[in-house]
Design a protein around this ligand. Sequence first.
Ligand SMILES: [Zn+2]
Length: 310
Amino acid sequence: MIAHIVMQQINPHILAIDLGGHNLRTALVNEQAQIIDPKRVRTHADRTPEAVIEQITAEVKEIVDNHPDKTILGIGIGVPGFASTESGVIYSSPNFPTWKNTAIKKELEERLPFPVIVENDANAAALGEYWCGKGKGAQGFVLMTLGTGVGAGIIINGEIFRGSRGAAAELGHIKIRKDGPLCGCGGTGCLETWVSGSALELETGTKAKILYQQALEGDQKSKDIWIEMGRRLGTALSNIAFTFDPDVIAIGGRVSQAFELFFPGIEEVFSHNLAKHPAKQTSIVLSTCWNDGGMLGMAKLGFEHFLHQP
Ligand SMILES: [Zn+2]
């Protein structure tokens, strides 16, 4: 009880970091999920592990210097690619091709006076959305982010579902066709090659952002493209619903700006595929955490790890 009161008085924070190929986001987050002093900088142009780790170290030191009054329990960092929370190693990353088995937890802990926890960025975003967005209170929750590619995270009973090898929730590679453009994973027919921003651009010759604007202005051809994209997404979401029977599937990422335009396509296919299945009650909604989801998720994971675990 005394320890609990002391903790309340010191109002602990996690220094949350979202490392992306383009942007490095940092903030302090408290247990009420308040984001304090958020900052976004371009990720170091020299994408070697050394340069990026030095950049992260400098950013952390600046935050610490700016907030001498705050209690920081540790650092939570969301990273792109295949990473292990247990070992704190990034095995590989499409955003950082030269990174191989980079021990980011160890490297940061050697440079900074804080414990570090590492998680895949899509898993972190899902946990963030579960903590304070559309996944709140859900037993089963899936966040799918539509950007240049397709990312996803699955939360079951409040925990990230990582699979046997830490490689679960690669929903961008769910097959929705037999063929199609070659995917970064080496396969064809992947969801990512049919619904992502880059897939839409490759297929139509027009950027997703322009397709969105044209559809808003009433262009029927653009509207039809979004409906068809929604149908493709609906196929994948049906498979996810059959597998996990979640309460909620939230759609986020840059391309989800067009949610209202592609949602009718999702609904058409989803309600058809799940007509006789209880999972048809799954809510499919637009995410609310946007770019903050990754940091919020890392903060949640940080509190669980550094505060609540014995
Ligand atoms: Zn693929």
